[in-house]
Write a protein that binds this ligand. Structure first.
Ligand SMILES: [Zn+2]
Ligand SMILES: [Zn+2]
Length: 280
């Protein structure tokens, strides 16, 4: 496992850019010209998914360890040494692998879907025009005859893959998975503490970015409230929320203002999710 201090997001970005460029090239070559998504073999998609998962794991582990350091600060003291760093690192690794695989499945499926959509919307390649049949339908007025369509220029395979493997896709993935990795750091501490039967709470903290209407409802609520809906931030693309770990009783945490005394009703939450359109 890489150490937290050695992980550099900048370096990761460069590495991930190279991986994207490689996948873009592989898919473009497999599609052929005229481009057809059906020419991309299954094993290539599987390779892409595996390589993306491996890349995400580097990010999940690197950012996750930094997050774990923050969230486990004082854990040993608070828990009387019940939780060790070894256990925490093992749990973080388990969660990181799970998330990296899940994210790679999502992002690869999205790419496949997008590629198919783009290609299906392309104009049909024009067959070579057949000579006009000798007999025309009797009495057909000239006005009904279709105007001759000008053939549209063929779309180059480069243009298609460039619409998919964009820098914004790369940055969106990195931002999203970084937020997920921070959550993993917190949920690692929570999971290990729960196994030790310690009183622990996994609490949502609203980020300072632009919000949807769902995230504010989750602020200062704990996993017992949102756990069925999400495994934690990011709730959606560009969600900058995070979670924190708190030890103590519910009463103590409410008293100190870390937990809300009363959570928004489930109906209110579900209605906000519906309106937001998030597929949770
Ligand atoms: Zn939100
Ligand atoms: Zn949020």
């Amino acid at each position: 496992m890489a150490t937290a201090t050695r992980f550099s997001k900048q370096e990761f970005r460069q590495r991930f850019s190279r991986l994207q460029a490689k996948h873009r090239r592989l898919v473009m070559d497999a599609m052929g010209n005229p481009p057809d998504h059906r020419n991309v073999p299954k094993y290539l998609w599987e390779q892409i998914e595996k390589e993306e998962a491996a890349a995400y794991l580097i990010l999940m582990t690197g950012v996750g360890l930094q997050s774990l350091q923050i969230h486990s600060r004082g854990v040993e003291r608070k828990t009387g040494g019940a939780i060790t760093q070894v256990e925490l690192r093992q749990e973080l690794q388990r969660q990181s692998i799970k998330r990296a695989r899940w994210a790679a499945r999502q992002t690869t499926a999205t790419v496949r879907r997008k590629l198919q959509q783009i290609i299906e919307k392309l104009p049909e390649p024009k067959p070579t025009p057949k000579p006009e049949p000798a007999r025309t339908p009797a009495g057909r007025p000239a006005a009904e005859q279709r105007p001759v369509e000008k053939p549209k220029p063929a779309v180059k395979p480069e243009e298609i893959v460039d619409r998919i493997w964009t820098p914004s896709r790369r940055d969106r993935i990195i931002d999203n998975e970084s937020v997920a990795a921070v959550t993993n750091g917190a949920s690692t501490v929570v999971e290990v503490a729960k196994k030790k039967k310690l009183e622990v709470f996994h609490i949502w903290r609203l980020g300072t970015c632009q919000h949807c209407e769902v995230c504010p409802l989750l602020d200062r609520t704990d996993e017992s409230y949102w756990g069925d809906v999400t495994s934690g931030p990011p709730l959606h693309v560009n969600c900058c929320c995070m979670t924190v770990v708190e030890f103590g009783t519910r009463e103590e945490l409410v008293q100190s203002g870390k937990l809300l005394a009363r959570f928004p009703s489930e109906a209110e939450l579900l209605a906000a999710i519906r309106r937001s359109g998030w597929k949770l």
